[in-house]
Design a protein around this ligand. Structure first.
Ligand code: NAD
Length: 379
């Protein structure tokens, strides 16, 4: 069986779905060939030669890479042109951001599509959890870029010429990205506080040495779903939460927002008035920008400087801003997924229908949409 790795064509996508390290291991599984499209790794600092050395074949274009492929590894969903080139019956694995129309298109093309962003957050799936591996790096990178955009220092600096105070850093949303942002800001010497709605997050914030600032009530005590995600909070809760954090935000030098609610637009946590009350030179990083943004003034994909001199970084694809590390972890996630469901004798993947992970990620199988979230409603 052959596996294809394409060069990502979507805007701002710098990652790649396999590295020389994972190519070697993929071949070790018993794959006949791993074809990597030329230039696929360049934005992550991986030249064709490194893939070749690892045993991959370098294909001159997407069509050549995909010819005869039984498995296709991608970071993002294939473009229409790429989709048309994927052989029928192939297994496509990536962050597919799928909706019903896309699932139908995969089914019509006879492609078995695994959307890795739908992976259940269970212990057994941790090593293939692309959301966690990428969010972790996004949280780190957000703080590094905030520090670079901030015109003062993070740590308190006592010098002969006087003292520079530590930066106040507030992290909103303490999931995987937020917890890493807290840890990174602490390592840099910031004075860190954080908020979340899930009760479990409060303890995690404190265990990292940050202060918890937030509003709690009956609603927040039930804010975590069985899958571990936050529920969408009521307008009334969000208003009370805003009242509690508004005064705190006004005293912050850095605000990092990471709050997401599965399948919805990101909750609006920072209003234009809150930004207006911040000091000039403060920096806001909105990691949720692509999902609609946690901050009212965020412009997705851009940095804006407000009238009162606050910088708001709303870049898209935060893990893509640390591409070599993001690709390394992402590639390992996909390798682990394939290795977990690899049939050694058949030298092919076998995805048992009853497996919880397979049920979570598989959109289509044998020309049918099988995922309950996207399957057409039964008449
Ligand atoms: P996420 O990206 O969906 O959301 C980020 C954070 O925003 C979450 O902590 C969420 O509670 C918070 N949030 C949502 N609405 C908010 C609001 N109005 N105000 C403040 N914060 C708000 O979350 P994630 O990082 O993907 O983590 C989701 C859950 O999955 C967590 O419970 C995490 O511990 C868990 N998890 C489990 C595993 C595993 O066991 N395999 C792996 C990774 C994550």
């Amino acid at each position: 069986m052959r596996l294809a790795v394409l060069k990502e064509r979507r805007a701002a996508e710098t990652r790649v779905a396999a590295t020389p390290e994972t190519v070697k291991k993929l071949l070790g599984l018993g794959l006949e060939k791993v074809a990597v499209e030329t230039g696929a790794g360049l934005a992550s600092g991986i030249p064709d030669a490194a893939y070749r050395e690892a045993g991959a074949e370098i294909a001159p274009d997407a069509a050549a890479a995909l010819a005869g492929a039984g498995i296709v590894f991608k970071v993002r969903a294939p473009t229409e042109e790429e989709l048309a080139l994927i052989p029928r019956g192939a297994l496509l694995v990536g962050i597919l951001g799928a909706d019903e129309a896309a699932a139908r298109a995969y089914a019509e093309r006879g492609i078995d599509a695994a959307a890795m962003e739908l992976l259940p957050r269970i212990t057994r799936a941790q090593s293939m959890d692309v959301l966690s591996s990428q969010a972790n790096l996004a949280g780190y990178r957000a703080v590094i870029e905030a520090a670079a955009a901030y015109d003062k220092a993070f740590p308190m600096m006592m010098t002969a010429a006087g003292t520079i105070p530590a930066a106040n850093v507030f992290v909103m949303g303490a999931g995987v990205a937020g917890l890493q942002a807290i840890a990174t800001a602490r390592r840099l010497g910031g004075r860190v506080s954080a908020t979340d709605v899930r009760p479990a997050a409060k303890e995690e914030i404190r265990s990292l040495g940050a202060a918890f600032v937030g509003y709690e009530d009956e609603e927040s005590r039930a804010a975590q779903t069985a899958g571990g995600y936050a529920r969408p909070m009521s307008a009334e809760f969000l208003r009370k939460q805003a009242e509690v954090v508004a005064g705190h935000i006004a005293k912050q030098d850095i605000v990092v927002t990471t709050a997401l609610v599965q399948g919805r637009t990101a909750p609006r946590l920072v209003s234009a008035e809150m930004v207006a009350a911040m000091r000039p030179g403060s920096v806001i990083v909105d990691i949720a920008a692509e999902a609609g943004g946690n901050v009212a003034l965020t412009k997705p994909g851009e940095m804006v400087v407000t009238e009162n001199g606050v910088k708001i970084l709303g870049y898209a694809n935060w893990p893509g801003r640390i591409p070599a590390a993001a690709s390394a972890l992402y590639a390992r996630n996909l390798l682990t997924f394939l290795a977990t469901f690899w049939d050694k004798e058949a030298r092919a993947p076998r995805l048992p229908e009853e497996d919880e992970i397979v049920r979570g990620v598989l959109l289509t199988r044998g020309g049918r949409v099988v995922h309950p979230q996207f399957a057409p409603a039964k008449a």
